[in-house]
Design a binder for this molecule. Structure first.
Ligand code: IPE
Ligand code: IPE
Ligand code: MG
Length: 249
């Protein structure tokens, strides 16, 4: 170290303000594989590693919540061999990812309707939860949405609330927006500030419908397996230059 320490640039990644909650629609795995003459499942495998890299980076730069769309309620429509490949990927990946992310101080969570997943994967998700619990409630969190659908989530919330009304625990006039928020899979986290969709598609595909009311969207043509920390930096810089009005002036 010399006499003078270099003053860090204001826009250096470690000095920028960052969104509290970033969500990603992890898209483009299949096209990434096809471009290389590989089976689609090879793209999912590389995409799973991208999740680990970006989730760790989010923690390092101070993003408290990182949430990704990994398997939608509509993805069951895919050919059986691709669905099987994705389930096998979850099988070989979830607990191992939770353990490696634990070492880096990131709590991995799984969100969605897990009731219809194969029994062994559900058991693994229970272990993932236990590993995350050990980090305590303030840990940076990386959530994987599996068998997640925004409409399905809202339907399930409505059902849960209707049950409370039926049981006489809640009066219909006492149902507020917060009641609905509290019955979603994301009840314990703030709404996403920034939602990123790679791969060039410009739609939500049923992701975080309720929670995204005032999210900022960022679209890029980069395919998810190619997505780098510098792509996240670019999305954050773009986000930081926006004026969020939330309906005000
Ligand atoms: C996203 O990649 C991962 C899942 C939906 C499981 P895709 O599999 O949708 O990849 P593309 O869109 O076909 O390239
Ligand atoms: C959205 O991607 C779901 C996930 C990334 C898990 P899709 O590839 O399934 O979405 P569409 O079919 O292009 O809308
Ligand atoms: Mg896709």
């Amino acid at each position: 170290m010399g006499l003078f320490t270099r003053k860090k640039k204001d826009n250096a990644p470690e000095n920028r303000p960052v969104p509290r909650h970033i969500a990603v629609i992890m898209d483009g795995n299949g096209r990434w594989a096809k471009k290389r003459g590989l089976p689609r499942k090879a793209g999912h495998k590389v995409g799973a590693e991208t999740f680990r890299t970006i989730a760790t980076y989010c923690k390092d730069i101070g993003v408290q919540y990182f949430t990704v769309y990994a398997f939608s309620t509509e993805n069951w429509k895919r050919p059986q061999d691709e669905v099987d490949a994705l389930m096998n990927l979850f099988r070989s990946y979830l607990k191992e990812a939770a353990e490696t992310m634990f070492e880096r101080g990131v709590a991995v969570r799984v969100l969605g309707d897990l009731t219809v997943l194969p029994e062994d994967i559900r058991a693994q998700i229970a272990e993932v939860d236990e590993i995350a619990d050990r980090l305590g409630p303030d840990a940076a969190t990386a959530s994987l949405c599996i068998n997640y659908g925004g409409r399905d989530e809202i339907k399930n919330a409505v059902r849960a609330i209707a049950q409370q009304v039926k049981a006489g625990e809640l009066a219909p006039e006492d149902i507020t927006e917060d009641t609905i928020t509290a019955n979603l899979y994301t009840a314990h986290m703030p709404d996403p500030d920034l939602i990123i969709r790679p791969s060039g598609e410009i739609r939500t595909s049923n992701f975080l419908l309720w929670q995204s009311a005032y999210s900022e969207y960022y679209f890029t043509d980069v395919l998810w397996p190619d997505f780098k920390t510098t792509d996240l930096d670019a999305a954050i810089d773009n986000f930081n230059n926006r004026n969020r009005r939330f309906g005000g002036v």
